[in-house]
Ligand binder design. Sequence first.
Ligand code: ADP
Ligand code: MG
Length: 762
Amino acid sequence: MNVLEVKNLSKKFENIEVIKDVSFSVKEGETLVILGPSGSGKSTLLRCINNLEKIDSGNIIINEKEMIKEYKNNKLVYNDKEILNKINLDTGMVFQDFNLFPHLSVKENITISLINVLKMSKEEANKKADEVLEKMDLKEKENSYPCDLSGGQKQRVSIARVLAINPKIICMDEPTSALDPELVGEVLKTIKQLSKENRTMIIVTHEIKFAEEVADRVIFMDGGIIVEEGKPEEVIKRPQKPRTKEFLKRYINFEVNDLKELDIEENEPREVIEFFKEISDIPRESGNEERIRDYLVNFAKERNLEYYTDKYFNVIIRKEASEGFENEEILGFQAHTDMICEKIEGSTHDFSKDPIKLYQDGDFITANGTTLGADNGIGVAYMLAILDSNKIKGPKIECIFTTQEETTMIGAKEIDESQIKCRKMISLDNGKQGKMVISSANCMEWFGEIKTEKIDLLENDLTLFELTYSNFIGGHSGGNIGDIKRGNPIKLGIEVIENIDEIYIQSLEGGSRVNVIPRDFKICFWARENEYGKMKEKVNKQIRFYGEDVNIKLNRSDIKLGRENNEKDIENELYENNDINIKENNKQKEIRKVYSKNITKKIINFVNSFVNGAIEYDDNNNVVLSANFAAAKCLENSVRFEYSLRANNLKLRDKYLENLRKIEKENDIKISWEQELKGIEPDFENELVKKCSIIYKEIFDEEMELKISQGVVEGGFFKYKIEDLEYVCIGPNTFDVHSPKERVSIKSMQVTWEYIKKIIFS
Ligand code: ADP
Ligand code: MG
């Protein structure tokens, strides 16, 4: 039987809909967990169910009693007081911040509503209180006051209080988020116990592991809607919707008890895995490569190998040719020693001193809650195994270990090229077996600014609009730029307002870093009310194209400039999340500070003329020219843009640059920062590319795919310094690099090891 039915529930605060047509039900004895980011409407939903907020439409049916009696002239009418009172007794709520009466003892906190609401006698109430306090293991605290209790005890009192009333449904709104971490456990344990007793519960929580254990069903909410619903093992372990995945990424990871330590004896290629284990013991965050440098130098000394190192902690180690190979050309390998250091929330791993322990999850080597450093520790391990082996016959080998690849690329940038002897170099920094990168992008990055000064908007009859974009997929401006469904919110926002004549931008902000595709954008501007229709049409078209997982909102305040009494409303619309009443005045003035029409036009025109996304492709459909309008932001005296260009083909690049310079000039963009990262133009015919492709085909009976990458690789710097260098980039399959889910396939490591050995011995 359903004890709760929520039907098409909608709820607005000051015209902003925070619950949008939500429907679901809860069966008797069921534990429902609601997950979702902050502001998604979870608390509001619980408050509506508990009749602590009035709803705007739909209905809530609790224990077969309807909260809304009827709709009269399109207006909803709440049920009679008698019925509502009964409904109220059927639900109980546990709040994040306990809501205990500070002036009452623990016991009185429980008896007060039993006496006042349930009309129990004092005796009866005391008896009931004893019972629930016993159950909550709080008997000895009955005469204490809330201020003398720990957070965990306070929360258990507030659970006891709800239990005493014995409602049909117990709602809990983040019951542990106000607690010190060490007290969370006791409260979760109590709740788990209740859930086992077959009580009907709705719990909002961010304790994902607990949710997984306790929930019969999980609802994931975002932006006032139910995005995904199902069993915990579905929604939490295998979320289907991008929004759910994105949210859970912060919490979910491999748990130690699911993982077993990597058994080196049991896996091949053992010699490579052994070295990977050794270097995983050495902390090697980008910029912190001294210890790994020392390790490499020792490695070379112990084996009497020729080595070189420099002040950037780059290391080059060479091994002589085997007998019979003395006349062969020297062969180079390259990998970077540094790694990205990311960990899950709550991880105590200290990247500056803790070793990374290796675990095995099926075919994968992983770390536990941290990045693994397979990017590019696996490459380093291969090189060490090559240098260490006296079984592998072949030419003189030169291994180049570089530093800070993940941040400044300073190792590759600054290495002394006269120390590099090879003219054929195989980088091991690729994460896809069967694909070989033969070309990387030349990447140019800029910060451009338009000088601005804000003016007071004097025009009457203008309306303030707010256009927001969020939840776009984003991604890397090199790897992901070809995917048009990712969109660019900054470009999309400007597109909506491009043709408006009478317009003043008040503020704008979007995007994050220059090498990241922006995921959000917000622009506030004044324009005529009657522009709304046309803008809304464009927005709707965008929503249709980018789908339900992105958020695009065009808000219009009802207020025209000059009507003082309504200013508070503008305020609320614009700063909806400010719960504290800010000293309103300044903010109100702020809203009328705008960019002049001329500046506004320049901003719009520049963003609009900027040709963005994947621009040119080669015959195999590889992107060879792309641009990313990465960020826009208002500063004190300017609006700053960040944008970049990636080109595998310099002719195409120069043509694009010509146009970019023109629009920069037209719109008075002043370049305040620029950098150029060197690329490698595609060369399908060089000997190294051919050799590596042929050997791959021989071993795997499959064509090696030659990849033109829009990414930047260290090889670009080597190639820039050494014109006749041939460079390719290979490696085993790695997944989710740069994230705590990073893992490398053991099988693929083995296959790639065979491949590398074959390249050396041939
Ligand atoms: P959650 O619990 O998921 O964090 P809430 O239900 O608290 O989300 O809030 C949903 C949205 O409603 C937020 O944008 C919040 O700012 C807004 N909101 C909540 N309560 C009020 C209120 N009393 N007045 C105005 N806006 C509110
Ligand atoms: Mg909340």
